[in-house]
Design a protein around this ligand. Structure first.
Ligand code: NAP
Length: 540
């Protein structure tokens, strides 16, 4: 029986029907019933309650195994399960302690789908590595995962927690909390970025963690950053391992497999890289305007037709040689070549208060965290395409946003700059942030006009930072690759690095950093790798 299903929904009608049929077939084979109990406040028809009913109705059409009963908050069952807020969804409460505060809308529908399948299966599907760690948990854990419907990273973290709750129903209870429907709870936990996970009220994870890292954090009750696997890792033999699942890596995967190379894509976070969190893309041919996450979903569905993707898996070591060994937190790959398409990571301002208040009002992802600031006042720092696109996104979401830029001219394209002025979004020119302050969350920033030298205090609830990216070259450095003076991987016109068998593509190479150029570089690199595999240039 198929015990996993691709939970990324496809786009076209035909593909959607095929996907629905596949889901129905999966549900038909599940051995257990999946009872859902929805608790709502009498007479309150808020959007979250309605969304809950709609989403659940859609899932119920997939299988008779899924049943739903709705109760008022004053029903005796609400007391039995200690339900105090509306809407609250319980999933198979006789067997597991999994509850949803709010509604599984948007990205969170993926979390619900995976949860229903796991509950129907009656098993967690945790990896062997995670199971080894889980055995060490010897006292109760109450997990809270804060999520938002627009956050592409959230399902990974929420599903990690669901798996823990299913694996240890006696000792692990879970609340998945939609920050939009429970803003007071998010405020109480100072959870101003998503996903954020707490266990027994201790922060154990910020951002999407690979499953083993999450389980390890849950066991230790403190956030872990890496998970060192046991030595009995499963071994996968391939011709090519692509590290990084953004546009470059996904395109390279398609091209490599179509050339006949056995290929694996490994991605530690959400697929799609920066595109996944770009609100709107308007310059990718074929799409006049498309949500970044939607574009990623289309790319991922396409790539999955060809290449195996290992998502949520972090590469912890690469040993060059013949074969090259790529060690992740789950397994070992023995491969003939490696393509680094690791992209770039958000640049930080580096001012006092920034790291302390990160996730407490300082954010690097407006798509994820923007909904938390509806009706509130924030600043967006930067003058490039990202800062302006994201400022517009926040503005249209109902956030009172001011752009802060260190010069008197934007780097962003004129088309975007015009939208900024058309919407009367205020801009503080020639302005830099010197400090971000607030006791538990961002309250104000200290700014300076770098022309006049005048300093002032600016009250704000949030600081969004979009000041560009730093290439993610840690693995490259670990492998002894040459890095150029700008910090990017040094490569030739065919994407070869200084180490035979190791290639690069996408933003980690520098250059234009567009989705379309990254995809092009991925395609070129895959074709070079194929040619080199037949005719190794280093032996000539
Ligand atoms: P970017 O183009 O490098 O712009 C970074 C901005 O942040 C610049 O305005 C820069 O100021 C400012 N900045 C840098 N360091 C700073 C600091 N320490 N303090 C204050 N401000 C600072 O970065 P991006 O906007 O993230 O875009 C990255 C790449 O992706 C670009 O190539 C961009 O074209 C592309 N992109 C494309 C799209 C699209 O086509 N749809 C969307 C988003 C991004 P200065 O101007 O003074 O240097």
């Amino acid at each position: 029986m198929q015990d996993t299903v691709d939970t990324e929904a496809p786009q076209s009608d035909m593909a959607s029907q095929a996907y629905l049929n596949q889901l129905k077939a999966t549900f038909e084979q599940l051995p257990n019933d999946i009872p859902l109990l929805l608790f709502t406040a009498k007479g309150l028809e808020d959007p979250f309650t309605q969304a809950n009913r709609q989403v659940i109705r859609a899932f119920r059409e997939l299988s008779d195994r899924i049943t739903m009963r709705e109760y008022d908050l004053d029903h005796e069952l609400a007391q039995k399960y200690n339900i105090t807020s509306s809407p609250t969804l319980l999933i198979a409460p006789e067997r597991y302690s999994i509850r949803w505060l709010g509604a599984p809308m948007g990205e969170e529908a993926r979390t619900l789908l995976e949860t229903l399948i796991l509950v129907g299966l009656g098993q967690s599907n945790l990896s062997d590595q995670s199971l080894n760690v889980v055995k060490k948990i010897d006292s109760p854990r109450n997990i809270k995962v804060f999520v938002s419907p627009t956050c592409p990273y959230c399902p990974q973290e929420a599903v990690n927690a669901v798996k823990a709750a299913i694996e240890m129903p006696e000792s692990v209870s879970l609340e998945i909390i939609d920050i939009q429907s429970a803003p007071e709870l998010a405020t109480q936990y100072a959870a101003q970025s998503v996903p954020q996970a707490f266990a027994n009220d201790v922060l154990i994870g910020q951002g999407a963690q690979p499953e083993e890292v999450f389980i390890s954090s849950l066991q230790k009750l403190e956030p872990q950053t890496v998970f060192i696997p046991d030595s009995d890792a499963e071994v996968v033999e391939t011709d090519l391992v692509i590290i990084g699942g953004g546009p470059a890596g996904l395109t390279a995967g398609i091209y490599a497999v179509r050339s006949g190379l056995r290929t694996a894509v490994v991605e530690r976070e959400a697929l799609g890289g920066q595109v996944a969190t770009t609100p709107i893309v308007e310059n990718y041919p074929g799409f006049t305007s498309v949500g970044g996450k939607t574009l990623v979903d289309i790319m991922v569905s396409h790539a999955l037709q060809y290449v195996q993707i290992f998502q949520g898996e972090a590469v912890v070591d690469v040993q060059t040689g013949n074969p090259i060994t790529v060690l992740t937190n789950r397994r070992k790959f023995l491969t003939k070549s490696v393509l680094l398409s690791t992209g770039a990571i958000h640049r930080h301002l580096g001012v006092p208060g920034e790291s302390r208040l990160s996730g407490r009002g300082v954010s690097y992802c407006s798509t994820c965290d923007g909904p938390l600031f509806k009706g509130k006042k924030v600043v967006m720092v930067g003058g490039g395409n990202s800062a302006v696109t994201e400022a517009l996104h926040l503005f249209h979401m109902g956030v009172d946003v001011t752009l802060i830029h260190r010069r008197d001219k934007l780097r962003a394209q004129d088309f975007l700059a015009k939208q900024l002025s058309d919407n009367n979004i205020p801009v503080l020119w020639d302005t830099e942030i010197k400090e971000i302050s607030g006791e538990h969350r961002v309250e104000e920033i200290q700014i300076v006009n770098n022309k006049s030298g005048e300093t002032s205090t600016f009250k704000t609830d949030g600081v969004f930072v979009a000041i560009g990216y730093t290439p993610a070259v840690e693995l490259a450095e670990m492998m002894g690759l040459e890095i150029n003076e700008d910090g990017y991987i040094k490569h030739d016109g065919k994407h070869r690095t200084n180490v035979p068998g190791i290639y690069s593509a996408g933003d980690v190479e520098g250059g234009y950093k567009q989705i379309v150029t990254a995809s092009g570089q991925g395609a070129e690199a895959a074709m070079t790798i194929f040619e080199d595999m037949i005719n190794p240039y280093w032996l000539q």
